[in-house]
Ligand binder design. Sequence first.
Ligand SMILES: [Zn+2]
Length: 577
Amino acid sequence: MIKNPIHSLFKTSLLVCFSLTSNYLQAQQIFSTNKYPITDFRQPLDIMPPALAGSFGEIRGNHFHSGIDFRTNQREGYPVYAVADGYISRLRVQNSGFGQALYLNHPNGYTTVYGHLQRFAPKIATIVKNLEYEKKSFEIDEFPEATLIPVRKGEIIAWSGNRGSSGGPHLHFEIRDTKTEETINPQFFGIDIPDNIPPIIHGLYVYRLNGKTFNESIPKQAIGITGASGNYKTLAPISLTGEVGFGIVVTDRHNGLSGTNGVYSIQLELDGKMIYTSALERFSFENSKAINSHIDYPTYINTKRSIQKSFVDPGNPLKIYSGLVNSGKINFNDGVSHQLRYIITDSKGNSSVLPFTVNAGSAPTVAATVPGGIVYAYNKVNEFNSDEIKVLIPQGSLYNDLNFTYKKLPKPAGNAWSNIHQIHNRYTPLHTGFNLWIRADALPENLRNKALIVSTGGSSQGGSFDNGYLKANPKNFGSFYIAIDTIAPRIIPINIANGKSMTGLSKMTFKISDNLSGIKSFNGYIDGKWALMEFDTKTATLWHSFDDRTASGKHDFELVVSDVKDNVRRYSISFAR
Ligand SMILES: [Zn+2]
């Protein structure tokens, strides 16, 4: 029951594995049979055996991991291969995100994505650089015609790197449905990752809901568990009365050099009947932020521990759930014992189980009570107005009904041009954020275009002056006030100075930063002509790589960096090369 015994016989087809095991019925529900081609795609790297530093659907901050992260031995520069015939359908260069990425469309209806690339293959690199000079922009997002850059299966399209929001050298790889752009678990396409290790169950929790909306004030209790190698149990039977939901902490490891990864599916059975299934086969990017509804978000905010709830909030748009009975919530009120069982499965079909007994009390279910505050329905537009602020929560942003609270606090010392407005609290996740207007009576007219909304943590929420108010769209609730940014960004030259000979150096490098509103643009000019500056947000590093656009001899160089509030810093020198 625990491990898939057929696994070692069928290395490439987990679909075939499953049709032969005793897990057949259960497996059919969570693994889609024959839905995806399993022989079309080769591995994107030649590092064997492949090992993942991150799995598909793994829990990350504010999103599910949208692909798989191949380990590259802590090094950059491994050749990245086109996994099938096709053409480059998108060229993307970003300060953060994937850094440098390629998208390939294939005739079978799928798009493959390769992220954090160190450099592109020469023919692609030339096209990208020409586009950057044509648009006078480092960041580009282009969708070439199918005939422009065709590629063959196994052709080197790039070399692996660490660009963009990457925590170390690796290749981020995705397979998307070309039409819907949904991202799909690459392990369903015969991209084989050796793994015969079952998931690890770290913790079990119960939430006493009793008709209430899940939020940070719902009592949570850890239930002691023990076990290893696929078999887990609770330390003692549990006694519960009334409506509850369960949550579980799980991770997975693969063979070899695997990091700690995520699992594929979580299932909960009550008295032999499945009442909850989540399975990370595919998801759309617009729903990915609902991970904050999938997990116990208040606990995550406080402790960074990701408890995956086995009950679903009414406004959760994720389509990873199936077979839900009463949204996964259970009423224990019949005075008898119930058998429950978690089944946790990884993408390769290895499973772990945690059976446990609940002795139900016999008290009637407590009717829902509404604590203080204003009740906002999750499926409506909600507005709050006071003499100093306006709040608008768009439909689709709340995952649950909300007892909204608001409090005004005095203006803080220093750079502050309004009172502090405490808009509910940071423990309630929002899917699309909310609109906030703060009355700007105290703000002098000459500072209107320098003003923005900041949170009491000091982070800029952006914003602009709008008819007597500062308006912004914070992603989360919290405490906010108006501040101004009149300070230009900082430019720190790293390897260049006025009059310096740069002969023998391949690039000139700077660090740039801004105090509050953030960097909006950077532009370099050599002898008055725009010159490509490349930027990496995570290291705040800005550089220009010399090429044959700059002949040997003396040159003037100017760097202009602006922040979001149009404060401008200039840096001008002469150099020789
Ligand atoms: Zn990744």
